[in-house]
Design a protein around this ligand. Structure first.
Ligand code: AMP
Length: 351
């Protein structure tokens, strides 16, 4: 694996793409004294002009222009680093993200491990996290399973199946509406019943400390709306739930669960360090389900800031335990950059 060569010593501005959690990232950067720069699709300029903490906007037709020379030169002149988020992963291929010459906050090489299901499984297994059983083929579907699209952003098109027939029926619908080409484009996983929970962490290579910054759950359409339809009408309506994220809801956990939460995060950081150097500097999220015994099964991770952190621009019930000031994830990132510059260790937090 090629390692980014950079001898950057300081940072004047923090940049990100205009979507996902851009407001939080740039507000946090401003609060920490950086200039802020938004790479913004032209159609969204009006939205982002409303926010005075954004110092500069670099208009683009498409986000993938961030790989190009024009953006690179602009960001270099601004002495900027990019904070990656979900839109970057959703709209660009891993190999293109890896080609971005502007320094990226965190480990850009691990973003490939988030996007690729096989690599993802490998890292979760190395972390020793409990994960849902992967089901090898439709003939092995013998209990409730969730069927996912490869690389799908945000649960769109996922469906439930409990035998071969229900799998084929769901797959047929996706082929008809051209979401997939064939059944091979689907990934089948054991369904874990319980409460979905998203654990938002920040690992600081500078302090060597893992911080739990917040917890949320997602509000997904329309699986979370289906309970509003009484059983009789549900049965008659043929509604097929999907898992498309619409928003996020704050959550606090029973305090007795927190010890395990920290241990899971630490195991993930260790595994990332071993498999994908330099590891997991910065924000990440473990995403899973607590079952009735209080056991957490991780079905997914995000190796960068997640949109659920937008809940906590003024801090969360957990960040408030560590910081005596409002500390969003965006601000925490900027604080890390500041500490890294001050101690001459910037290279440890960028790739
Ligand atoms: P993902 O794209 O893997 O984040 O999944 C989208 C949504 O599907 C999650 O937010 C959960 O609501 C649900 N989900 C994913 N995997 C599972 C699973 N193995 N068991 C139960 N629910 C799941």
């Amino acid at each position: 694996m090629a390692k980014a060569k950079s001898s950057k010593k300081t940072v004047h501005s923090i940049a990100t793409l205009g979507s996902h959690c851009a407001l939080q990232v740039l507000k946090g950067a401003k609060d920490e004294g950086f200039r802020t720069l938004l790479v913004c699709e032209k159609r969204r300029l009006d939205l982002y002009r409303r926010f005075p903490f954004i110092d500069e906007m670099l208009p683009v037709d498409r986000f993938d222009e961030v790989v190009g020379d024009r953006c690179r030169r602009y960001l270099e002149q601004a002495n900027s680093i990019i904070v990656p988020h979900g839109t970057l992963i959703a709209q660009m291929k891993s190999q293109d993200i890896e080609k971005i010459a502007t320094p990226i906050f965190g480990n850009k090489w691990i973003l490939r491990w988030e996007a690729d299901r096989n690599l993802k499984e490998k890292l979760m297994n190395e972390s020793g996290l409990a994960t849902p059983r992967a089901v090898a083929s439709k003939d092995k579907v013998d209990k409730l399973c969730i069927v996912k699209l490869h690389g799908a952003a945000g649960g769109r098109g996922y469906f439930l199946a409990w035998n071969r027939e229900t799998f084929e029926e769901g797959a047929r619908k996706l082929i008809e509406n051209k979401s997939i080409v064939s059944e091979d484009d689907l990934y089948i996983q054991e369904y874990i019943s319980g409460v979905p929970v998203y654990l938002q962490y920040f690992y600081s290579p500078i302090s060597g400390r893992l911080e739990l910054m917040g917890i949320d759950r997602r509000y997904e359409s329309d699986v979370d709306g289906i309970g509003r339809i009484p059983a009789k009408q549900q049965l008659g309506s043929g509604v097929e739930p999907s898992y498309n994220v619409v928003g996020n809801i704050p959550l606090v956990l029973r305090e007795s669960l927190l010890d395990e939460v920290y241990k899971m995060g630490e195991k993930f950081v260790q595994a990332a360090r071993k498999l994908v150097p330099p590891g997991m500097p910065g924000p990440f999220c473990l995403e899973g389900v607590y079952d009735r015994e209080g056991k957490f099964t991780t079905f997914e991770f995000s190796a960068r800031i997640v949109a659920g952190t937008n809940l906590y621009i003024d801090g969360s019930p957990y960040s408030g335990l560590i910081y005596d000031e409002p500390m969003s994830m965006g601000r925490r990132i900027a604080r890390e950059v500041k500490m890294a510059v001050k101690t001459g260790r910037l290279e440890e937090v960028i790739t």
